[in-house]
Design a protein around this ligand. Structure first.
Ligand code: SF4
Length: 380
């Protein structure tokens, strides 16, 4: 059986095409240092041979950009580059990749005096010149502050949808149609709402689906299924990633989980997991890691947090564990307790307030101390 799909535009990304009724493409991302060419090539090829139609690599520096030129020589995989703050790296990287992903929420950091529309036009020009597609990748933890300020702080979905629509309209208005959009959140319900609203407003644009910071398996798999089954069964979604906090050598598990999800939907096995029944009320979110991870111990720490907090499974709190300073500080703001992991220390936050920085050995007892405080305060 095939999955019925919304009629979206075709977007060519190297040797694959998303949208236009083409099979849903699975994606994953390398978590190696991008400048470590051999390790990154090995990961890209491992993911590609596992069934990833597109493999994403982060690039933040000129050293990363130079590495991509060498990586391109050593793999046939369709490559997507993940740009964050230094958007001007696009011109150095585009010759070696098939897709450029930018985050509208990061465009204000660099050259803030320039209108964001000029930056989008720059991406379109670079992508056209180098035969690349674009992904507008909106993320709940890094929405454009100007956009967030327009809405109720509790409304996490509207700023994402408006930002994605605005950028999609901008690309269309300058005649660039070879793009897709993603609207990712760590809350599966927000992912459903955001993608449904975007698809209702601009249904011809292909959508890349995923739950960000879904966490360690099996939590990350269940959360992704809880969000993506309702969307895919409505025909929404042209490509997807199951983001899992696993060591780089196990990244192929993202592809296996994605394949199982698509096979289940095609076979009519579309029961949506009851997350509270399966995982309890304590919500642990953790990023899937990427080249920006500052200490590989982050993945082990995320697993330790999951195990050490099982005694509090029924408590209505969220703990966020993030792997770097690029997204860690912002994406822990909404969690009751947040850990963002530096090279030697882990920063502990209570909502947006920093509590302190602790070594990787000290952090679990400290986290439990604060979790127990939250439980006591709730009971008073
Ligand atoms: S939080 Fe940092 S390390 Fe984790 S996926 Fe995001 S950018 Fe990568």
């Amino acid at each position: 059986m095939t999955i019925q799909r919304n009629p979206t535009r075709e977007v060519v990304i190297g040797s694959v095409t998303i949208g236009g009724g083409h099979p849903i493409v699975l994606q994953s991302m390398a978590a190696t240092k991008t400048y470590d060419i051999d390790a990154t090539v090995a990961t890209v090829n491992m993911l590609s041979s596992s069934g990833a139609g597109i493999v994403r690599i982060a690039a933040d520096t000129k050293k990363d950009a130079r590495a991509l030129a060498s990586i391109r020589q050593e793999t046939e995989a369709n490559l997507s580059v993940d740009l964050q703050e230094n958007y001007r790296l696009a011109e150095e990287i585009a010759p070696y990749v098939n897709k450029i992903r930018y985050n509208p929420g990061h465009l204000h950091h660099f050259e803030p005096q320039l209108p964001w529309q000029d930056k989008v036009k720059y991406f379109a020009d670079i992508a056209t010149k180098h035969d690349c597609a674009i992904r507008i990748g909106v993320n709940c933890g890094s929405v454009d502050p100007a956009k967030q300020g327009k809405f109720d702080p509790e409304d996490m979905v509207s700023p994402m949808v408006e930002s994605a629509l605005e950028h999609a309209e901008c690309l269309d208005s300058i005649g660039f149609s070879r793009f897709c959009v993603s609207l990712k959140d760590s809350n599966p319900q927000h992912v459903i709402e955001a993608n449904e609203r975007f698809a209702a407003a601009k249904g011809d644009v292909p959508l890349h689906l995923g739950v960000t910071e879904a966490g360690v398996p099996p939590d990350g798999i269940l959360k992704t299924r809880a969000a993506l089954i309702p969307l895919l069964t409505k025909g929404i979604g042209d490509t997807l990633r199951v983001s899992l906090t696993v060591p780089n050598v196990q990244k192929f598990e993202e592809i296996i989980s994605g394949r199982e999800l698509l096979d289940d939907i095609a076979a009519g096995r579309t029961d949506v997991p009851d997350l509270e029944a399966e995982l309890g009320r304590l919500n642990i979110i953790s990023c899937p890691s990427c080249s920006r991870v500052e200490n590989a111990a982050f993945v082990t720490l995320a697993q330790q947090v999951r195990e050490a907090t099982r005694y509090a499974a029924d408590e209505p709190f969220t703990i966020a564990v993030m792997g770097c300073r690029v997204n860690g500080p912002g994406e822990t703001d909404h969690a009751d307790l947040g850990l963002w992991c530096g090279a030697t220390q882990v920063n502990l936050k209570r909502k947006s307030q920093v509590v302190g920085a602790y070594s990787y050995e000290e952090i679990i007892p400290k986290l439990l101390e604060y979790l127990n405080r939250l439980i006591e305060e709730k009971e008073e």
